[in-house]
Design a protein around this ligand. Structure first.
Ligand code: HEC
Length: 90
């Protein structure tokens, strides 16, 4: 009887670890699949109205990207995608 409980416990732990790992990969994949435009819409409106891509030139967007990455707590990948989107749209 004790053995069965022991094995049951191990099986449950393995399942828990698999589920946690899967949800992490799913989340990462979701972020990886987001386009620059989508990330821009979701992140840049939190504190102020979003300036349109044509408001600044490419050099200005790169500087603003660094500045706002810090403020918005974005990863390098997210910030790069947003800056690429802003530069491509003007
Ligand atoms: C946590 C709040 C916050 C988020 C999120 C945020 N900003 Fe800002 N943003 C500010 C503040 C505060 C200012 C004005 C003061 C300053 O320049 O630091 C500002 C200023 C700006 C300016 C004016 C130029 C400048 O650099 O001062 C632009 C353009 C801008 N933000 C773009 C963006 C973009 C694009 C994003 C998304 C990546 C973003 N912001 C996300 C807080 C935020």
């Amino acid at each position: 009887m004790i053995k069965i409980k022991y094995i049951f416990g191990i099986v449950i732990s393995i399942f828990t670890v698999i589920i946690i790992l899967q949800s992490c990969t799913a989340q990462k994949a979701m972020i990886a699949n987001k386009s620059g435009a989508q990330l821009w819409g979701e992140n840049c409106l939190r504190c102020h109205n979003t300036p349109t891509p044509t408001d600044f030139n490419d050099e200005e967007w790169k500087t603003i990207g660094l500045h706002m990455q810090d403020r918005a707590n974005l990863t390098n990948v997210e910030a790069t995608k947003i800056v690429e989107f802003l530069c491509s749209a003007n």
